[in-house]
Ligand binder design. Structure first.
Ligand code: HEM
Length: 404
């Protein structure tokens, strides 16, 4: 096993920019008119928008909808739309249902609730570092750290038994697969709802204030939300967390390895300094390749361009996060960056990421623990041999052998 990987003493950055910010893909996106029409397949077009300010304006505009049941919604896999409609949760609902449901779950994800759970996340990261130390070097960090850390932490927030974390992983992984047929997707969704129903049944009467138990005792009992809405929300939360968290952890391992000086200063700082550094990592990594989608439900006049009611909108968050009008030296990673106000890696407006505090805390705890234990943690292969993947939805890293 140990001979399979070349011993790279110093992980050289190589052409990191070519991996994390392909200029050719961004060519013209920020310099031309905003927004501009793009072909989204099936004879359909949508408005692509990449300028940071216009992205934020549109994502905050009440004339844009996230309700993807409308056949004109610019989803990337139209064949799957019918299946997704059956599991609609607040991420794809407009007001008033969006606010009614989000406000029930939001307190579990705010800074206070997340800070209370932090010791459990730290203990989990330590435990997984112990396992890594037993496995290598080298060891494969996505399967042995990024995934168990993400899904076991999420299980702790939701109130799922720790032993069941691989079932959360399975739900998240099929949910971000564009390749499934409608029949396969329907079967997998039904199966996952069966599992979540079991969690909800087990959560009844549990005095711990995790998401499921407290929703049952509070808003479900009071009739503010139905039990079915709780089940569908839990499924959505698992899907919304999974691939984004796991890929951010994996890609950031490569990114931080190439920035040793910055990383050492980051590690020496306190939690809030380190949290800002993780926000910069999210700004820098273009994980959601297509960005986020909206449907215009009324005409929106943007000066040079008018978006008509019924038109699709694709907001390119990764490109907006590199807009020189919003950030100084946008293509440089700067873990001490001050100008992060326009950061949109967690979205913007009423549907901005509800798990932002949780995600930043998990990233900060993960890397603070990993680098404290393994200061020389780095990929086991040169950059051009790392198997990055990119599909219509996600830029990611399914496996990453590391040394330390
Ligand atoms: C690094 C990790 C993450 C990234 C980059 C990320 C990014 C995003 C983005 C861009 C959106 C906006 C989607 C849109 O506008 O259509 C979003 C929404 C959302 N995210 Fe995250 N997310 C992450 C982790 C998490 C975690 C850990 C949770 C935990 C539950 C979560 C829960 C949600 C939810 C519920 C929404 C929908 C909010 C709404 O519609 O009101 N995310 N996320």
């Amino acid at each position: 096993m140990k001979d399979v990987f070349p011993q790279v003493e110093d992980f050289t950055s190589g052409d990191l920019e070519a991996v994390f910010a392909p200029r050719d893909e961004r060519a013209g996106e920020l310099s031309g008119e905003q927004p501009y029409p793009v072909d989204i397949g099936g004879g359909r077009t949508a408005w692509r928008v990449a300028g940071n300010q216009v992205v934020r304006e549109l994502l905050a505009d009440p004339r844009t909808s996230v309700d993807d049941r409308d056949p004109r919604f610019p989803t990337k896999a139209p064949s799957q739309t019918a299946a997704w409609v059956t599991v609609q949760a607040f991420k794809s609902m407009d007001d008033p249902d969006h606010s009614r449901l989000r406000s029930v779950f939001e307190p579990h994800f705010d800074a206070r609730a997340t800070a209370m759970r932090r010791p459990r996340f730290e203990a989990l990261a330590e435990e997984l570092c112990d396992s890594l130390a037993q496995l290598g070097p080298p060891a494969e960090i996505v399967g042995s750290f990024a995934k168990p850390f993400t899904y076991r932490a999420l299980g702790c927030v939701l109130g799922a038994p720790d032993s069941q974390w691989r079932r959360l992983q399975a739900i998240a992984e099929f949910s971000s697969s564009p390749a499934l047929s409608a029949t396969e997707l329907t079967a997998l969704l039904e199966h996952s709802l069966g599992f979540i129903n079991e969690l909800v049944d087990a959560g009844r009467g549990d005095p711990e204030a995790d998401v499921i138990a407290s929703a049952l005792a509070g808003p479900v009992a009071a009739g503010t939300i139905s039990e079915r809405e709780l089940v569908l929300t839990v499924r959505m939360l698992i899907a919304a967390t999974g691939a984004l968290m796991v890929n951010t952890l994996a890609l950031a391992t490569v990114l931080l390895s190439a920035h040793g000086d910055q990383r050492r200063r980051w590690l020496a700082g306190g939690p809030s300094f380190r949290r800002r550094g993780m926000l910069e990592v999210v700004r820098y990594l273009p994980i959601q390749t297509a960005g986020v989608s909206r449907l215009a439900i009324a005409g929106i006049d943007l000066g040079a361009v008018t978006i008509a009611a019924g038109d699709g909108i694709l907001a390119a968050l990764g490109v907006a996060n590199r807009d020189p009008a919003a950030f100084t030296r946008p293509d440089a990673l700067d873990l001490e960056r001050e100008d992060l106000a326009a950061e949109v890696g967690f979205g913007y407006g009423p549907h901005d990421c509800m798990g932002r505090e949780l995600a930043l805390t998990l990233l900060e705890v993960a890397f603070a623990t990993l680098y404290a234990r393994f200061p020389a943690l780095r990929p086991a292969a040169p950059l051009d041999e790392i198997g990055f993947t990119r599909n219509a939805f996600l830029f990611g890293l399914p496996e990453l052998p590391v040394l330390w």
